[in-house]
Design a protein around this ligand. Structure first.
Ligand code: ADP
Ligand code: MG
Length: 724
């Protein structure tokens, strides 16, 4: 038998089972089947012979069900009626015993006469017969009973009704019996160094562990493989990009515009910002393309770093592009840039040329901007996905900054990089030259996740907020305290009188029959007409025409409106330092990172700010997850702490959304639990690729094959590495 054989070579797998395996688990080969790992193990304790048991002690007995009887007690007094099901079981080594369940009539379906199972529980006697009451049951089906008596830990597999656990166990065991030893793709030296068991031991140990230690060692080895091959793939891909595609040096120059910009600021950069300049300067000066992630909590001042980086390109006679996920954000960035760069001169003779390109840009304007980008007349362009369209070409694009990276797919990240330059072919070495890329994210990603997702990026962290920020006060208001809503409205009015502004965020644009939640449109009407007739209340949502949206944002930004009702269009980046109150309706509908982002819209100035979470006003009951999320957000404003919490509550599955992130599924690895292995494999992978960038050394042949085997078609197609 071979790993590549179809599953039907295993005895007992017919057409029906084959179809079920494929449909339910995507398993078509023996190799897939043995990579269907147990979720956990059930400890059967010591399996005993019926004749050796001690009454009153726990035991595990194996036997075959003979028949069932069922009766119902009448509900006497205040007691409820009970259904009692009792099976007669013939012990595997002779003798018999009874098994009783209360109110679990389905046990009879799960254990029809003729089925063999292991029953664990306390042994009792009833009228001279041995009996186990509501024992733990492990169906053994047709498994070899001799083997099982020596195996205390039974694997529990992800299973379905059509493909039950014990069948999977049986097939996997049969496959492992007939497969030759698994060849190891890791060199022995590495196994020793990392204290890992061989692949063969691991594959057998994870399915049929004699004890917990063996299971743990097997898991550790397999997790190592998953993460090591992933990291190798990432580093390898990066090495390939770097070798084929040279970058452009955008060396920071003394006395240039980047310097002038810093000198013109009314404040000094934070320590973290200064450190990031140093790190980025190193990348910019090299003619390898920069590939760096700038991570920093909301309000940590990423924009400043972005502007500085872009000006370095301009100082080198090149252009820079800033790509953001929404129009609102693009418009705001343009405004910030125009204001911040005003001392250097913007769109005036001799000044910087700055343009905005979004899908709302008029055709005439767009034609003009495209022409000037190509001719080199524009220095800085801010835009949305529109920057990625066909037809957007640059004379010489030096730096690309991508804001809120998590909102763009991996492929889009690559697309902008490939916009390269119009005259991009260097006549001397005939290679396309790539711009330097800085990716920014305000969604703090737990370190473990950053290493996994961005194993191929360098990471700079802005771990310091500008001085003078006061922590935001966060409060949760449930319908149990309806009076607090009135009180809050009073507070909003007081803040308005003091010159401060309030956001009110709602989950829906319009009222909906399908979803009981507050809509921004209805809330706007209510607040404007009934609650704050004396104030100006604006409305912004994603379905408004872009110039209306812009005008409303403008009025709020200029302080002409005291309250802004919005959907999550304002989630990212919107920066109005006068806003001090963030009210979130139906807060249970938002995820942790969304709540954190929304809250980050206030507390941007030196004044005390507040975040109020209304929760449970449109639902009967908060789920446990929702309560945990809200409690976490109320408890801390530290984005990294919240990100870890988020990971804990949601698990990686959802964070990855494999397709979305371009990341392959990790079967066993868990980001938090396996953090140490993530770090170790990343470092190892870097070392391997540093020495052998294309994994062509004979010593790395099996590693290379393993990476390609695992990620065939995944992760921007590692397989292309081989042919490309
Ligand atoms: P982020 O994009 O990381 O959320 P921003 O770049 O929007 O943060 O910065 C938040 C606010 O802090 C802005 O109003 C910005 O002008 C201000 N800011 C940035 N750096 C500093 C600094 N070093 N000192 C004081 N204020 C700063
Ligand atoms: Mg920002």
């Amino acid at each position: 038998m071979q790993l590549t054989d179809p599953v039907e070579v295993i005895e007992g797998i017919g057409t029906k089972a084959r179809a079920a395996l494929r449909k339910q688990f995507g398993i078509t080969t023996v190799g897939h089947l043995v990579e269907h790992y147990p979720r956990r193990y059930r400890d059967m304790g010591e399996v005993m012979d019926v004749r050796d048991v001690t009454v009153g002690e726990p035991a595990t007995l194996i036997g075959t069900v003979i028949d069932w009887s069922q009766r119902r007690t009448s509900g006497r007094g205040r007691g409820r009626a009970l259904t009692i099901s009792e099976a007669k079981v013939r012990g595997a080594g002779g003798g018999s015993f009874a098994v009783t369940f209360f109110n679990q009539p389905w046990q009879q379906r799960k254990l029809p006469p003729g089925v063999t199972a292991a029953f664990s529980g306390k042994v009792e006697t009833f009228r001279g017969d041995l009996k186990l009451t509501t024992p733990e049951v492990q169906v053994l089906g047709g498994r070899d009973l001799d083997g099982i008596e020596h195996q205390r830990l039974l694997p529990v597999y992800p299973a379905t009704d059509a493909t039950p656990d014990w069948r999977l166990a049986q097939w996997i065991e049969a496959a492992l019996d007939q497969l030759p030893p698994f060849p190891d793709h890791l060199p022995e030296r590495l196994l020793d160094e990392q204290d890992l068991v061989t692949l063969d031991d691991a594959m057998r140990g994870i399915h049929l562990p004699p004890d917990r230690e063996t299971a743990a060692a097997a898991r550790r080895r397999l997790v190592f493989d998953e993460l090591f091959t992933l990291q190798l793939g990432l580093q390898w891909r990066r090495a390939k990009l770097e070798s084929e595609l040279a970058g452009k040096a955008n060396t920071p120059t003394a006395g240039g515009r980047a310097d002038a910009f810093l000198a013109s600021l009314p404040f000094a950069p934070t320590g973290a910002q200064s450190r990031s300049f140093d790190e980025i300067a190193g990348d910019l000066s090299s003619d390898r393309p920069m590939h760096r992630l700038l991570q920093g909590d909301v309000g940590s001042g990423k924009t400043l770093v972005a502007v500085w980086t872009m000006l370095c390109a301009v100082d080198n006679g090149r252009q820079a592009a800033l790509m953001v996920p929404t129009e609102v954000l693009a418009e705001q960035h343009l405004r910030t840039l125009t204001e911040q760069l005003a001392p250097l001169g913007v769109n005036v003779l001799d000044g910087l040329r700055v343009e905005l390109l979004t899908s709302s840009t008029t055709t005439t304007n767009k034609r003009r901007i495209l022409g000037e980008l190509l001719a080199g007349g524009v220095d800085l362009v801010v835009g949305t996905h529109a920057l990625l369209e066909e037809g957007v070409r640059f004379a010489d694009l030096g730096v690309v900054v991508i804001d809120e990276q998590h909102r763009f797919g991996v492929s889009q990240r690559v697309a902008l990089k490939e916009k390269g330059s119009a005259g991009g072919v260097d006549l001397f070495d005939q290679r396309e030259r790539l711009p330097d890329v800085l990716v920014m994210t305000a969604t703090p990603i737990p370190r473990s996740l950053a290493l996994t997702l961005y194993g191929d990026l360098d990471v700079t962290v802005l771990d310091e907020l500008p001085p003078g920020r006061k922590p935001i006060v966060t409060q949760l208001i449930t319908p149990a305290e309806p009076a607090r809503r009135e009180k809050l409205y009073g507070f909003v009015r007081e803040q308005a009188a003091a010159g401060f502004q309030t956001y009110v965020v709602c989950p829906l644009v319009e009222d909906s029959d399908a979803l009981a939640a507050t809509s921004a449109t209805a809330m706007h009407r209510h607040l404007a007409d009934e609650v704050f007739p004396d104030l100006t209340v604006e409305l912004v949502h994603g379905q408004m025409r872009s110039d209306d949206k812009d005008a409303a944002m403008q009025r709020f930004r200029r302080g002409e409106a005291q309250v802004l009702v919005a959907t999550t269009v304002i989630e990212v980046g919107v920066d109005v330092s006068n806003a001090t109150v963030m009210v979130i309706e139906d807060a249970e509908r938002f995820g942790i990172s969304q709540l954190h982002q929304l809250r980050g819209r206030v507390g941007r100035g030196a004044d005390r700010s507040y975040c109020v979470l209304f929760a449970g006003w449109n639902t009967d009951e908060l789920t446990e997850d929702a309560s945990e999320r809200l409690a976490a957000v109320a408890a801390t404003t530290d984005g990294f702490e919240l990100a870890e919490k988020d990971l804990e509550i949601r698990g990686e599955g959802q964070l990855f959304g494999a397709k979305q992130s371009g990341l392959p599924d990790l079967k066993l690895a868990r980001l938090q639990r396996d953090h140490a292995i993530i770090v170790a494999t990343r470092d190892l992978a870097r070392a391997v690729v540093a020495e052998d960038p294309h994994l062509t050394a004979p010593a790395n042949a099996s590693l290379r094959a393993e990476v390609l085997r695992r990620y065939e078609g995944g992760l921007d197609d590692f397989a292309a590495l081989e042919t490309g």
